[in-house]
Design a protein around this ligand. Sequence first.
Ligand SMILES: Nc1ncnc2c1ncn2[C@@H]1O[C@H](COP(=O)(O)OP(=O)(O)OP(=O)(O)O)[C@@H](O)[C@H]1O
Length: 233
Amino acid sequence: MSLTLTGVTLTYPDGGSRLTALDQVTLDVPRGSLTAVVGPSGSGKSSLLAVAATLVSPDAGTVTVDGTTTTGMTRGELTDLRRRKIGIVFQHPSLLPALSAREQLQVMAWIDGRSPARARARAMELLDAVGLAPEAERRPHQLSGGQRQRVNIARALMNDPTVLLVDEPTSALDHERGAAVVGLLTRLTRLQGTATVLVTHDRGHLTGADQIAEVHDGRLRSGTRRELRQACT
Ligand SMILES: Nc1ncnc2c1ncn2[C@@H]1O[C@H](COP(=O)(O)OP(=O)(O)OP(=O)(O)O)[C@@H](O)[C@H]1O
């Protein structure tokens, strides 16, 4: 297993009491597989992603990333773990306007202290993997919304993460472009061997998922598509 949440409970302050956003959530995401997280607005999907990303510490339960349990780690250790092991794709691509697609990726390696030549080669390899090699020298305003999201995904893979966390990558795209981005994520998951978690509102995007996790009021029900269909009938 590459990403494991065990009995994770997360609460937020809510007036004088606490609101339970995640309630005893247990989830295993093996490498090379994609888990889609679905559920109504406010059910806890973003909270689940934030805990998996080690950006928020749970009140109870454990998060294990590539064999390392994060409980008790200092902020510095968590930052280091995130840099080495976790790729995060946010809903809206936050690309730097002045940089080309290639440079957006290389910045990640520069932060990590990698050699410029290796970083450039890896950036081109990933842009090729997301079908954007011909657009490598274009800046964000010269790319379509779907292309920008693909740069965003390629950038998250620059540090060869074992865990890839993706939050609603298709919300700004029409169904067809959204489906293309999800198809790409599925392929990259297999190719790069990442343990991928994809939060999505669009149930039409679930076809490539190995596992579907349904969140309702902070509780999780997970299974394969067939298991969930049977449980719902
Ligand atoms: N920082 C916070 N402080 C207090 N309550 C919060 C905070 N973040 C989220 N919540 C609450 O926790 C619950 C789960 O929120 P979360 O954002 O995880 O849901 P979601 O499924 O991602 O929703 P959406 O699909 O609308 O993005 C909601 O009731 C929300 O109001």
